[in-house]
Write a protein that binds this ligand. Sequence first.
Ligand SMILES: [Zn+2]
Ligand SMILES: [Zn+2]
Length: 438
Amino acid sequence: MSSNSPHALTAKYPHTDPVRSLEAGWREVAYTPDAAVDAAAGLDRGGRLPELIDGPPNLMERLNGLAVAVIGAGSIGMHTTDAIARLGAGALLICDGRLTKPESLLTHPIRRTEVGVSKARLAALRAKEISPESRVAYYDGPFQSLPRDALFDANHVILSTDNLAAEVSVAQACLHLGRPLVQAALFGPALVGQARSFSSDGSGEGSCPVCAYTAKEWAELDRGTRFSCEGAATAGGSSAPEPSNIPTVSFPHLCSISSNLAIDALLRSCLELGRAIDGAEIVNYCGYTGVSTRSPLARNPSCPLEHRAWRVCTTESALESLTPRDLARIAGYRDADLRLLSLGVEHHCFAALVACHCAGHGSLGRFVRDGQELGACSRCGAAKVLHPLHAHRDVPASALIRDFDRSLGALGVASTPTVLVRGPQAATLIRRAPSQKV
Ligand SMILES: [Zn+2]
Ligand SMILES: [Zn+2]
């Protein structure tokens, strides 16, 4: 049996599978009680926690209330997921689309028998064995392919990936959902480990990881040089971009130092032990000097990310059964405001016209799912494409004026996880209530 078969991994963690899928793309690891493992059940966690000077009295309660999403379970992130499980966090979400490889033994806390398996799933099984009481779920694909409410159930997010595209997506998701973010990183040649904290208060005033991007980073992102589109190389088999295998060049202890700096920042926020300077700060540890420094991170007014948080509404109804008028009302708008709004149906655009190179354009007037084929042109037989000037992701209400009372389903949407309603002042994300929450 190959070491990367799901069964081989399950055999190493016999009490922590199978998994079940949750609506937002995450798969939850289940735990099967077992006498040998249960010897560790009922641990006196509190007895091993320090009584913090001027710390909160309800330490255990706060730790149990932690719901942490860790994006990137590699050299740094897998130390983090282990540590969060040891803290006894209430919930842990882990996203990574890559597989462990032999070189991972040099920097990840893994054994030789754990080479060639999904990093996200491995980290989730390890966490569940360390803390069976924690709810643990994973996603073994790129963060960008998760729905836009994927971090809704997390109250803290830790980012530990060197994939710029994922970094931008996570930063944007945390700003939109108003989730505090800690980014762990290292620079091996200078023996520097660092944690950058961003406390997202929803006002749009604070800094984000992308605020500090240099021209070099933007050029790199534009070129996509650090990304491949080899879907087969990712554990989830998704075709969305994943990082090509850029190795972590570092002593292994620096990976854990960076991870621990991030855990420390997480605890400062969770236990209210101290606030980040100006709401966003960087803590640097330098191995050459043994000195750590702490400085604020400034908001860049030219940052291209949308800094203001969305309002979030959760509905019991299937979104495809609702009309544009229903959605506007859920978002708190009056019927008179409808014409001022736009609707963004996740994974879809609204095509008023379809086009063909023979100029045989035709009207369509419905939503089209990403990647959906539009059929052949009746004039020349070539595949029709979306008309670039008449296809919208954020659909202005003016394009829907005759469809305010038709359901999204009748307008071509078979299913969608979220709809974004944008008004003149604010944006509201409408999501369906999941039947199983993490
Ligand atoms: Zn920014
Ligand atoms: Zn044609």
